[in-house]
Design a protein around this ligand. Structure first.
Ligand code: R5P
Length: 310
């Protein structure tokens, strides 16, 4: 087995390599003067089981192109099997046509990864499970929930806890965790008028006197989360924390979170934390390196990956 890291998240790739007790493959991913991507694999990979670790996070298009070029490089170097490991799969939110004459870019990106030569995909908390079906190659979708659950159990006394989905689309995800914790579930009925803007409408469930845990897959602008936190506090919640897998945190999101009523935002390292995230007083990062490392090890040994979540 060999691990190849793109430039998107060296810290996570290094932690995965440390978990698996292997060295990262020696390769260089550079730019020509006009920003074209150039890749060189500096060691033999012929006949190897290759795992390319690359989150397609900001800058999403550069990181996506890097991934495609890396896949092409190891394919042409006669790798036996190539797994694209996407701790964060950008473009996943474009998984359907929101209106006439719009693309389904998640499918386009899935096609590109497959066409470049990937044999398998390993990813984490896909925005919607059915995106797995966009790939015509085996795709394992891991869940950060066990990592979050452990943290919640360590930090919160189960009494008075309420799991909250910040929108109707996230109910299945939040309900699964609420069930594991044996706590009730509330739902924020969010309406989004324009992309990038969100508006909280209603809270379904009694949150008065409850310590609320918002659970979601992505925090991007932070609008959904901050609005949900405000709505919950207005409805009588005692405090609001949030567990979100992918900290996209674009633009002024970190400042928005820092200035918000959120007690704490907990994210994973699926996307490399910026300096602003590292120093933010109410943002904490959990590592999913052991989870991804274990899944890679099991894939390489042809063992069950789903049993990680039994
Ligand atoms: C939406 O369906 C997602 O699950 C997130 O709630 C959304 O992407 C968060 O975006 P933002 O932080 O910009 O409100």
């Amino acid at each position: 087995m060999k691990l190849v890291a793109g430039n998107s998240n060296h810290a996570l790739a290094g932690a995965i390599a440390a978990y698996l007790k292997v060295e990262l493959t020696d390769c260089s991913v550079r730019r020509f003067a006009d920003m074209e991507i150039f890749v060189e694999i500096n060691e033999n990979v012929r006949g190897e089981d290759i795992f390319i670790i690359q989150s397609t996070s900001f800058p999403a298009n550069d990181h996506m192109m890097e991934l495609l070029v890396l896949i092409d490089a190891v394919r042409r170097a006669s790798a036996r099997r190539i797994t694209a490991v996407l701790p964060y799969f950008g473009y996943a939110r474009q998984d359907r046509k929101p209106g006439p004459r719009t693309p389904i870019t998640a499918k386009l990106v899935a096609n590109m990864i497959t066409q470049a030569g990937a044999d398998r995909v390993l990813t984490l908390d896909l925005h919607a499970g059915q995106i797995q079906g966009f790939f015509d190659i085996p795709t394992d979708n891991l869940f950060a929930a066990p990592v979050m659950l452990r943290d919640i159990q360590e930090r919160f006394n189960g009494d008075n806890l309420m799991m909250v989905s910040p929108d109707v689309g996230g109910v299945v995800r939040a309900r699964a965790v609420a069930k594991r914790l044996s706590i009730p579930l509330a739902i924020v009925d969010k309406r989004r008028d324009r992309p990038g803007q969100s508006e909280v409408m209603n809270i379904i469930g009694e949150v008065k006197g409850k310590s609320c845990l918002l659970f979601d897959d992505i925090i991007d602008s932070g609008g959904t989360l901050c609005n949900a936190a405000d709505a919950l506090l207005t409805a009588g919640a005692t405090d609001v924390s949030a567990y979100i897998t992918h900290g996209v945190l674009s633009g002024g999101a970190v400042a928005r979170i820092t200035a918000s009523n959120l007690k704490e935002l907990v994210i994973t390292d699926s996307i490399q934390a910026t300096e602003a995230v590292r120093v933010a007083s109410n943002i904490r990062v959990l590592s999913i390196a052991p989870l991804i490392g274990e899944a890679i090890g099991r894939t390489a040994r042809e063992e069950s990956v789903s049993s990680l979540f039994d």
